[in-house]
Write a protein that binds this ligand. Structure first.
Ligand code: ZN
Length: 445
């Protein structure tokens, strides 16, 4: 059986991930992601109303026309987790394929919400929830298996495609966290076993390949957040925390720390509501009983007015806006565009890093400058990454012993660095480690 890996999106960039694997006349697609910074630089871009060719032209979604020449039919679209750079293009592209979308239960629920927001787009798309540890038979020769992993969103897996020529492991995105805040550590035993059974190729994310050592556990982020928040147990000023709305483990930590210091956690913002409420309804997380959640702008503003009246020291708002995004709650609070007044001595905690692109640096600078202007105290980077570092990549390769490596989800600098790193482990460029750009393909068998 011929096996070919086709790099569709995310190979020259961070975002809009999409990879196709052709096994004979059958194709399995992994992820269909959105590239948010490309959407944001086109300020007038309204993705909902834009047509596929225009979105491809502005590099917001993967250019799946590269599959047009491929012989074979798509059997499944498999998504590894619920981040937008992995599922965000589904409402635009999925209906072009007569194939089910397979993902974990939480990811499927996020996909369902996203597709229904774009109405008819997903009318005929079949969604199938597959739990970590389970398998799905695609055809006589092909099976999908979900192996549990950790990352910065809950219910993540490494999808493994079992073919007659060996397994193809799709490791986008992952972190080898042995003491996660929610869920179990990655299934190391199963990864080792898959390695023994034979791995034809490992397709691996490489966003943090440039960072030495191993990625610290989410437990360390919990300690960082707790250390800061509990230091202000008797403080009468406001404490406002901002973090990734999809990072359910982190939000749980922040809400629990709020509870510990006698403040009611209040989650604010549309995306905060989406991820947290979905996770709670699915019983994947439980927040302290005193937690409340408000999504739309009117209820957010009404809540903020109530907080001002009742006393800022009784609550701990957890808000969107860690990158200084225009229209986010923190940005609106900082510009005085809500009934909540930030005054001297109030604490603003960023439980997030700045995602390194010039736009984020600029927007974040503006928000911080405005907050400082009114005397707010800033706490930065109470955060650990959700992406594997160099030694995590080493460990994964040791476990899986793959014949071929394909670096994905990274700029050319990152994929090239992964290629060099693989070279140090005995893999040969062009032969067993394959540096692909969007639209390129490699025959492995
Ligand atoms: Zn991710």
């Amino acid at each position: 059986m011929e096996i070919e890996i086709i790099a569709v999106g995310g190979y020259d960039e961070v975002g809009r991930n999409m990879t196709a694997v052709r096994c004979g006349k059958e194709i399995v697609i992994f992820d269909m992601g959105l590239r948010l910074d490309q959407v944001m630089i086109h300020e007038d871009a309204e993705i909902e109303n834009m047509k596929v060719p225009d979105l491809i032209r502005i590099r917001a979604i993967p250019d799946d026309t590269v599959l047009n020449g491929s012989e074979g039919s798509v059997k499944a679209i498999v998504c590894s987790h619920g981040h937008l750079d992995h599922i965000g293009a589904l409402p635009k592209l999925a209906q072009r394929y007569n194939a089910p979308i397979i993902a974990t239960p939480y990811t499927i629920e996020l996909i369902r919400q996203q597709i229904s927001a774009e109405q008819k787009a997903g009318a005929n798309t079949k969604l199938f929830a597959l739990k970590a540890g389970q398998r799905y038979t695609l055809s006589q020769g092909l099976t999908i298996e979900f192996v549990r992993t950790q990352h910065s969103i809950i219910d993540c897996v490494m999808p493994v495609l079992h073919t007659p020529q060996g397994a193809i492991v799709y490791a986008l995105d992952f972190k080898l966290d042995r003491s996660p805040v929610i869920g179990e550590p990655p299934d190391f035993a199963r990864l080792r076993q898959i390695g023994k059974e034979g791995v034809l190729a490992l397709i691996a994310e490489c966003t943090n390949i440039g960072r030495k050592g191993r990625c610290p556990s989410e437990r360390l982020a919990r300690d960082l957040v707790r250390d800061t928040l509990t230091s202000y147990e008797d403080d009468k000023n406001a404490i406002i925390v901002t973090t990734f709305s999809s990072h359910i483990s982190r939000i749980k930590t922040i809400a629990e720390c709020a509870h510990e210091i006698g403040r009611k956690p209040v989650l604010l913002g549309r995306s905060m509501e989406k991820y947290a409420v979905t996770a709670e309804q699915m019983k994947l997380v439980s927040f302290p009983e005193t937690t409340s959640v408000f999504g739309n702008r009117r209820t957010v503003d009404r809540t903020l007015r109530r907080l001002m009246k009742a006393g800022k020291d009784k609550f701990l708002p957890i808000v969107t806006g860690h990158q200084g995004e225009p229209g986010s709650i923190l940005t609106r609070m900082a510009t005085g565009d809500t009934p909540y007044q930030i005054t001297a001595g109030d604490k603003v905690v960023f439980s997030a890093n700045v995602i390194p692109n010039p736009m984020n640096f600029g927007q974040r600078y503006m928000v911080e400058a405005r907050l400082k202007l009114v005397g707010a105290r800033i706490f930065d980077d109470l955060h650990v990454s959700g992406h594997a570092y160099r030694e995590d990549h080493y460990e994964l390769i040791q476990l899986l012993q793959p014949q071929h490596l394909v670096p994905a989800h990274g700029s050319m600098t990152m994929t090239a660095e992964y290629t060099q790193f693989a070279g140090e482990m005995g893999y040969a460029p062009h032969d067993t480690v394959h540096l692909l750009r969007n639209g390129e393909r490699i025959r492995l068998a």
